[in-house]
Design a protein around this ligand. Structure first.
Ligand SMILES: [Mn+2]
Length: 179
């Protein structure tokens, strides 16, 4: 059976489809209208070594980013199933040139998040506030605790890319079966 799930979430604002295999091999296909969101989802999937498909369309960029975070979280929650026998905790400290971030998560169904990132304006074609919203929606819908802290950096692209790499690494570690 495996730890796989797919979720198709359709609202008046967006149409999002996510398919995930937690025990995949990093085969990632991302199709959203936002290039930087594609870049971040691809980064997460690769570093988490998931098989991941994401399709997203919608009316406004804000809705697309937010609802993709919700739907990805729902799919991860479903794929994780009962969450028995997993390592549960995962953390990563990730450098990317000037940027240094810490990502730490707990997959045992406790929703909490702190996100301390100094981001301003747009990062490529995505508003930085929407990316913070994505992380909150992802934490809530995966049903996990997520702490994201910036330790250093000045380049917004580097900071948020380091976060998505760390998110992938931490998720891979925490979801690993240890029994
Ligand atoms: Mn990049």
């Amino acid at each position: 059976m495996g730890r796989k799930a797919h979720v198709h979430r359709v609202t008046d604002e967006t149409d999002i489809y996510v398919e995930v295999d937690i025990d995949g091999a990093g085969n990632v296909e991302i199709d959203t209208p936002l290039k930087f969101l594609n870049h971040m989802l691809y980064t997460f999937g690769r570093y988490a070594s998931l098989d991941l498909k994401v399709y997203a369309r919608g009316d406004l960029n804000h809705h697309i980013v937010e609802d993709t975070g919700i739907t990805l979280g729902m799919a991860l929650d479903k794929a994780l199933g009962e969450r028995t026998g997993i390592k549960r905790f995962g953390s990563a400290i990730v450098p990317m040139d000037d940027a240094l971030v810490i990502v730490s998560l707990d997959l045992k169904r406790r929703i909490y998040y702190t996100i301390n990132l100094g981001l301003e304006g747009y990062i490529e074609d995505v508003y930085s506030g929407d990316l913070i919203h994505f992380l909150r929606s992802l934490a809530s819908n995966t049903v996990m605790t997520l702490h994201v802290h910036e330790l250093a950096g000045f380049d917004g692209h580097h900071k948020i890319e380091a976060v998505f790499k760390g998110l992938g690494m931490a998720f891979r570690e925490a979801s690993r079966l240890v029994v």
